[in-house]
Design a protein around this ligand. Structure first.
Ligand code: XMP
Length: 326
């Protein structure tokens, strides 16, 4: 595929005024491209697809059909936020697909990380394609491709690590933010009025919590990852760390150790905390989290998360470790 390059005279969007000018320009261009036809978008709730959705709602309203697939590997509160922002507040045409059982059944017993990724990616395409086939008269497929995606992966958004939609669903592409860098997408998202926790969201892998529930995913261990992650994020927000740390999350490995609770011995999982700083994810250093904040997080996880009796802080930089655990 021929790589398309950002026009040389395109100004860097670094002020709200430039973001608003970009929005006006794109709305006009989207109206011209789409006319009275329908356009489909896989809306994950990440910043790129959310910005594309908000632009398209402004440009073509209900001609946009957003499909939000809940694969069960999203962070706590994410599917609810997608519904609240897009359906309730922006009045978008949103199809919410609860595919949790379907994904978790397919993943049951699968421990090898790349096989897990492939299953998640393949299943995602299948669920999305099924929903696409249920929609009548779709002419366009919108995508949250951004400029680094084009430069790094020949135009294919790498999120789901598998190919595209089946032949018969090869719609014409609509990619309104394809020449924007991430900071510009955020600037546009802010100007569109999207909530800060959507716009300034930390990087989140396509396979989601699936790669943080190490080994074969079980529902109870996945719940432990999700609950511990929610506590970590809440405390980082509360203590002003959210904007300072590039990526922070929890991991639950598939082994247990002994503990003691109410005078009884327990045999439960550890939760690993990870908080790293990075520029582009190729290398990462460890963030120094104040001990008192770590203490609060440890206490909350041990008291609130079921099945956990130990909390560890991963001090390994990348390299030699990777950011994720698998
Ligand atoms: P690693 O673990 O390789 O991660 O140091 C580097 C960055 O990439 C993210 N990551 C992924 N993103 N699909 C994605 O879209 C994936 O399969 C995947 N694996 C890792 C990771 O969160 C980090 O920001």
């Amino acid at each position: 595929m021929q790589t398309e390059f950002r026009p040389e005279n395109m100004a860097r969007i670094n002020t709200p005024e430039l973001a608003n000018a970009f929005i006006d320009e794109q709305i006009a261009a989207l109206k011209a491209q789409i006319g009275d036809k329908k356009v489909l978008l896989a809306l994950s709730g990440g910043v790129d697809s959310s910005v594309v959705a908000a632009l398209l709602v402004k440009a073509v309203g209900k001609q946009l059909v957003c499909v939000h697939v809940n694969h069960g590997l999203l962070r706590k509160g994410e599917p609810e936020q997608v519904i609240k922002v897009f359906k309730d507040e922006l009045d978008a045409n949103l199809v919410y697909v609860d595919a949790v059982d379907r994904f978790l059944d397919k993943l049951a017993g699968v421990a090898e990380p790349e096989t897990k990724r492939k299953i998640i990616g393949k299943e995602f395409i299948e669920v999305f394609a099924e929903e696409a086939k249920k929609q009548e008269g779709i002419s366009f497929l919108a995508q949250g491709t951004i400029y680094p995606d084009i430069l790094e992966s020949d135009g294919v958004k790498a999120h789901h690590n598998v190919g595209g939609l089946p032949e018969e669903l090869n719609f014409e592409l609509v990619e309104p933010v394809k020449f924007l860098y991430k900071d510009e997408v955020r600037m546009v998202g802010k100007a569109l009025g999207l909530p800060d926790n959507m716009v300034y969201r930390q990087p989140f892998p396509g396979p989601g919590l699936g790669v943080r529930c190490v080994g074969a995913i079980t529902r109870d261990r996945l719940e432990a990852v999700r609950e511990a992650d929610a506590i970590l994020r809440e405390e980082f927000d509360k203590h002003g760390l959210a904007g300072k740390v590039w990526q922070y999350f929890t991991v639950v490995p598939d082994f247990k150790s002994t503990g003691i609770k109410d005078n009884k011995r327990t045999y439960e999982w550890p939760v690993v905390l990870r908080a790293v700083n990075s520029v582009d994810a190729t290398a990462a250093s460890i963030e120094e989290i104040p001990y008192d904040v770590l203490g609060i997080i440890v206490n909350r996880i041990l008291n609130e998360v079921k099945g956990v009796n130990r909390v560890l802080y991963d001090l390994s930089p990348k390299p030699v470790a990777t950011i994720e655990w698998e």
